[in-house]
Design a protein around this ligand. Structure first.
Ligand SMILES: [Zn+2]
Ligand SMILES: [Zn+2]
Length: 292
């Protein structure tokens, strides 16, 4: 039987087809981009790099802002999301990984696991994310009432700009962001390049990095998950890291975890060991990494 999460999820996905009933305007595309990328950054910056990996510390107000942005993406609560992500790294592409194409096939890894309320409804109370953040009142509330921010966003869009804003500012970007996020679990465990020979199937992929605000450098991330950056070099587009650096510069973030030199040295050896990578001499990791 389809779960309540499934009913809501598929209704929102289907609602994005309403885009064909609205006259096209470039300003609507800008609205889509703002809604997709801002909420995407809520997921990558707060849900992923902060709650799951504690790659940096941030001020409580900034944390609330990015967490609300993430919750508005309609991908359940921050503690649920990050708690499951911890299991993903712990069991990457082995039994126990909630979303591995190798273990459970593409569909289940992309959507099935997210919609399977009976199996993945809760994280264990011993989960490190729950232990660290479960008692913070605003976070516990947002995790429990995670339907509130998306409903508020949808209502706000409709009240401000009418039906076209609801469709371009909520329905379409919620759909594209869901697939951009889930593609990290599927595409980034199937297609792309592998700088590091990790035990899992993780890959780097510039296309998923673009739509998932920097998360597509997933092989880098599986090699050194504590770092605040997933793009390890300046040419690996990682806007989430640029935002963390900006927050650090203005005092909103601190303890930003860098990629250790030994990992960069390992990257050089790994790149040299792969024959097809030798032609990419201009992108040799000999170049200094972006500000450390
Ligand atoms: Zn992964
Ligand atoms: Zn991760």
């Amino acid at each position: 039987m389809i779960s309540l999460t499934g009913v809501i999820f598929w209704l929102v996905q289907a609602s994005s087809l309403l885009v064909f009933t609205v006259p096209f305007r470039w300003s609507y595309v800008a609205l889509w981009a703002a809604s997709h990328f801002l909420r995407g950054m809520g997921l990558t910056l707060a849900y992923h790099r902060y709650y799951a990996h504690r790659a940096f510390q941030m001020n409580r107000a900034a944390r609330l802002f990015w967490t609300v942005a993430g919750v508005a993406a309609m991908q359940k609560g921050p503690l649920w999301w990050a708690g499951h992500h911890v299991y993903h790294h712990k069991y990457a592409d082995r039994d126990g990984d909630p979303h591995s194409p190798r273990v459970s096939g593409f569909y289940y890894a992309h959507l099935g696991w997210f919609l399977n309320d009976s199996r993945h409804h809760k994280v264990d109370p011993t989960n490190p994310v729950l232990r660290a953040f479960g008692a913070v009142p605003e976070l516990a509330w947002l995790d429990r009432f995670n339907v509130v921010p998306p409903i508020a966003l949808a209502a706000g869009m409709y009240l401000y700009g009418g039906f076209p804003w609801l469709v371009w500012g909520f329905c379409v970007p919620t759909t594209t962001l869901a697939h951009a996020t889930f593609a990290i679990n599927t595409v980034n465990h199937m297609f792309g390049t592998r700088r590091f020979k990790t035990a899992d199937d993780s890959t780097n992929n510039a296309l998923t990095a673009l739509f998932a605000v920097g998360e597509g450098w997933h092989n880098n991330h599986h090699r050194y998950q504590r770092a605040a950056r997933n793009g390890f070099y300046w040419w690996e587009f990682d806007p989430t890291y640029y935002m963390i650096r900006l927050m650090e510069k203005v005092g909103l973030a601190w303890d930003v975890q860098r990629v250790p030199e030994r990992i960069y040295r390992e990257a050089e050896v790994g790149a040299a060991a792969l024959p097809e990578a030798s032609s990419a001499a201009t992108t040799s990791p000999n170049s200094a990494p972006l500000a450390s």
